[in-house]
Design a protein around this ligand. Sequence first.
Ligand SMILES: *Cc1c(COP(=O)(O)O)cnc(C)c1O
Ligand SMILES: [Zn+2]
Length: 430
Amino acid sequence: MENEKYHLECFECGKVVADRYTNTCPKGHDSLLRTVYSRKRIRKLSGHGMFNYIDWLPVEAALPTNASPITYRSEGLGRELGLKHLYISFSGYWPEKGAFMKTCTFKELEALPTLQRAKEKSGGKILVVASAGNTSRAFAGVSSATGMPVVAVVPRSSLHRMWTTTENHDSIFLISVDGDYSDAIAVGKQIAKLDGLIEEGGVRNVARRDGMGVVELEAAFSMHELPDYYFQAVGSGTGAISAWETFGRLIGDGRFGVKMPRIVIAQNLPFAPMVSAWQAGRAEIIADKDMKDAEDAIKEIYADVLSTRNPPYSIKGGVYDMLSSTNGMMYGITNDEAKDAEKLFVGEEGIDLDPAASVAVASLIKAVDDGSVKKEDKILLNITGGGYKRLKEDCELHAIEARMELQPSEQLALDDVEKELEEFVKGFIG
Ligand SMILES: *Cc1c(COP(=O)(O)O)cnc(C)c1O
Ligand SMILES: [Zn+2]
């Protein structure tokens, strides 16, 4: 293992694992695996988008892309909030600032290295991705741009989120499920058992987390130091776990400071299971207490991509551990607070936002109002998505057509699915 670029390690037991698209501890622990890179001082290369930070991505080769988050120092919003050192990280489409992510959210940072890792480490299997929309669109967008195949499973109500700026959808096998997000996930799990396919892995997939970690890497190179506070809106919390892990690596690097930033995350009320559990001081989510009337609550929220019912809150190395070890905080944000924050942001900064990003802006406003952050503090605000309107000025959006519509039955009739998928798989891996 001497010349290896990285290996995986279980948070719980420390077991070292060579990466074969491995997403769980071989000893069966309910723990995340994390990547340990042999290079401790990260280089910033040039000309490869997010792969400029390939030293800390679990892939051997870069994909051709210009997608990368950007960081800039805010003037307008910073002045409005009385913050002297407000830095904005933006993931989305905003060419005037150098942001070219045409799927418009930071999920693209997950999709790029995940598809590459699957190609390198899974023996050429095809990824199955189930999501409520932004994740599947990101994977579809990268698939269409690179020709790397993907099977995407989304609830029918999320089909409107499935588009790309490219016309060719041959590499995307889109399945629509007549049910909700959880039904889509269940169907995805079934399908991934078929020959030639593999489950993408969600929060357990180190390529997703380290991919999102590029937000913090880009911010550190731009700010030349770590922030005091990091703000983000969360559904699963995967992005904030990534931030914690990446800040830890940057502290290990030595050039960006030694103090772990405080991580502040926000959910959209009335559906905020992690806010409820955290404020009760619990390391577990209790459905009866933290997710009462979940179905109705999810229908009400403005930022419906934040509606994850099974977030990685209690798992070793997950959200609870992250909040505990960064002296973190959580806010619940109402729809009105999110919409007011959005207006302020759009007016001051000049780009349209994903509703989830508006929730993050609102949480920063709350933290200023309640005195948690001070004028002099260095703040990194993660704008996780935006630029949809801006993108439409430059590009035509092509809706992806579902190749199949499935019912979320207990025992999915896999035989029917199998045939069509077999053809698709053969077309790519023979
Ligand atoms: C998915 C998503 C989030 C939440 O990210 P998690 O990692 O699931 O917590 C926030 N903002 C946008 C725009 C997203 O698409
Ligand atoms: Zn273990």
